[in-house]
Write a protein that binds this ligand. Structure first.
Ligand code: 5GP
Length: 187
């Protein structure tokens, strides 16, 4: 049976990773799509697990060959989802979740109107700024860039099917679980 595609987005520091990994732990039949990126690998990441790390040249070649379902530039790096990977999973009846920034997510919706777009929002912009600074992983210039992207992403989230406010992680996971279960049974 062909499956529904779920696309999750959320701004940096919103706790999106915690909500998604909490959901995946409780729902092991779902897996996260592995994207390609030109961003440098972080110390806690692994090639082929978190991302496929490509050079800009390799990435651009895949764009020219029309291999991406969607791709977008985010914080000066390119990110993309291979079309073949997603189609193979869905046709094989696999439950798949894409975690994309908002421009890519809306591109997926244009091509696959049945895809369900879910945005994980911070309780407030101030709270998000606080969380982002407390990560201590980025310098001030990067933080400023990410904050202006956050504003744009919140604006684009108005086109999403669902918005979950991550005010409390367990509650947000439960809400995500309910949305996905309801939508998955409504194919
Ligand atoms: P990070 O560099 O923190 O891993 O991810 C930065 C942003 O890129 C996040 O918002 C993440 O959701 C998004 N992202 C990851 N993979 C893809 C992808 O394949 N396509 C698009 N459009 N965004 C992606």
């Amino acid at each position: 049976m062909k499956k529904k595609l779920f696309v999750l987005s959320g701004s940096s520091g919103v706790g999106k990773g915690t909500v998604i990994s909490g959901f995946l732990k409780r729902n092991p039949s779902y897996s996260l799509s592995i994207s390609c990126t030109t961003r440098k690998m972080r110390p806690d990441e692994t090639e082929g697990v978190n991302y496929f790390y490509l050079t800009r040249e390799e990435f651009e070649k895949s764009v020219q060959n029309d291999e991406f379902l969607e791709w977008a530039e985010f914080a000066q790096n390119l990110y993309g989802t291979k079309r073949a990977f997603v189609e193979k999973c869905l046709n094989n009846g696999k439950d798949l979740i894409l975690e994309l920034e908002t421009i890519g997510a809306l591109k997926v919706k244009d091509q696959m109107p049945d895809a369900v777009l879910i945005f994980i929002a911070p309780p407030s912009f101030e709270e998000l700024e606080h969380r982002l600074r407390n990560r201590h992983t980025e310098d001030e210039e990067t933080i400023q860039k990410r904050l202006s992207e956050v504003r744009a992403e919140i604006e684009r989230s108005k086109k999403y099917d669902y918005v979950i406010v991550n005010d409390e992680v367990d509650r947000a996971i439960a809400e995500l679980e309910k949305i996905i279960k309801d939508e998955a049974s409504n194919v």
